[in-house]
Design a protein. Structure first.
Length: 256
C-alpha cells in the first residue's frame, strides 16, 4: 500500500503526514536524452499500420463469413475498430503528450526536476515516471497514466520554480500516479464520455502528506496558470469544472 494513505483528520481540515520518510541526498544521475530530430517516419508507419489493420480485418471477416460479401465490409470495420481501440488504450497517455509535443529532456536539462522525480518516487515505492518537457506555454505540469506513467513539465515551470515548488507539484503528480487516478483519468479522456474525478483539494492533501510542507504547494499553485480545454483534467493547475478553484485550494492549504 502506498504510504500516503496514512492520512488522518486534524481539526476542521483534512491533513496528512508521512512517517519514516527517508532523509537522504537526492544526488542522482541525469537520465535525459537528446530530443529526436523531426522525421516523416511516424507518418509512413501510421499509413502502413492502418493498411495492415484494414487488410487483416477484411481477410478475417471474409474467412469467418465464408465469402458472404454483403456482410464482409461491416464485420471488417468492426474488427478493425476493435484492433485500433485495443492499441489505443494500451498506452492512452501518448495521445495527450503528442498534442503538446512533449519531449525527453536534452542531456543536462532539468537535472533538478529529474532528481526530484526520482527521489520522491523512491520514497513512495513506485517506479519513476517518464519526465518530459513541453517547450511552450505558461508554467504548469501534466500527468498521464498508461503502460508507463509520465510527468510532462512546461519548460517555464522547470526553469522558474524553486526546489520546494518543484517538489510540491511533482508530489501532486506522483500521488495521482500511485493511487491509479492518473491512469483512470487518462483512459476516460481518451475514449469515454464519463467525466473524470474533479482535481484539487483531496489530491492536494496527498501531495502535502508526501512533502509535509504546504507553503511549497501554495507557491506552486500561485506560479501556474490554470489549464483549460479537453485535457485540462490531466494538469496540476486547472480551472473549473475539471478542477477546484486555485484560490480555494490555496485557502485550504493555508489552514493545514
Amino acid at each position: 500500500m502506498c504510504p500516503f494513505y496514512s492520512c488522518v483528520p486534524r481539526g476542521s481540515t483534512t491533513c496528512a503526514t508521512m512517517s519514516g520518510m527517508k532523509q537522504r541526498d537526492l544526488q542522482l544521475k541525469d537520465w535525459g536524452v537528446a530530443p529526436p530530430k523531426n522525421s516523416m517516419w511516424p507518418v509512413w508507419a501510421g499509413m502502413v499500420g492502418a493498411a495492415a489493420i484494414g487488410g487483416v480485418s477484411f481477410l478475417v471477416a471474409f474467412r469467418l463469413l465464408n465469402g458472404q460479401w454483403s456482410l464482409v465490409s461491416p464485420v471488417a470495420f468492426i474488427l478493425g475498430w476493435l484492433i485500433v481501440s485495443a492499441v489505443r488504450f494500451r498506452d492512452p497517455g501518448k495521445r495527450w503528450l503528442k498534442v503538446h509535443s512533449a519531449r525527453p529532456p536534452a542531456s543536462g536539462e532539468a537535472a533538478r526536476l529529474m532528481n526530484v522525480v526520482r527521489g520522491l518516487s523512491d520514497d513512495l515505492g513506485i517506479p519513476a515516471p517518464r519526465v518530459l518537457i513541453i517547450d511552450g506555454g505558461p508554467p504548469n505540469l501534466m500527468v498521464t497514466g498508461g503502460r508507463r506513467a509520465a510527468v510532462a513539465v512546461r519548460k517555464s515551470f522547470a526553469e522558474e520554480a524553486s526546489r520546494t515548488e518543484t517538489e510540491a507539484a511533482v508530489a501532486f503528480c506522483l500521488g495521482r500516479i500511485a493511487s491509479g487516478e492518473a491512469r483512470r483519468t487518462t483512459a476516460l479522456l481518451t475514449g469515454s464520455p464519463m467525466r473524470p474525478q474533479r482535481v484539487g483539494l483531496s489530491l492536494d492533501v496527498v501531495a502535502v502528506s508526501i512533502t509535509r510542507y504546504p507553503p511549497g504547494l501554495i507557491k506552486a499553485l500561485e506560479r501556474c496558470e490554470p489549464a483549460t480545454g479537453r485535457d485540462a483534467a490531466l494538469w496540476f493547475c486547472g480551472a473549473p469544472p475539471t478542477h477546484d478553484e486555485a484560490s480555494e485550494r490555496i485557502e485550504a492549504l493555508a489552514d493545514l
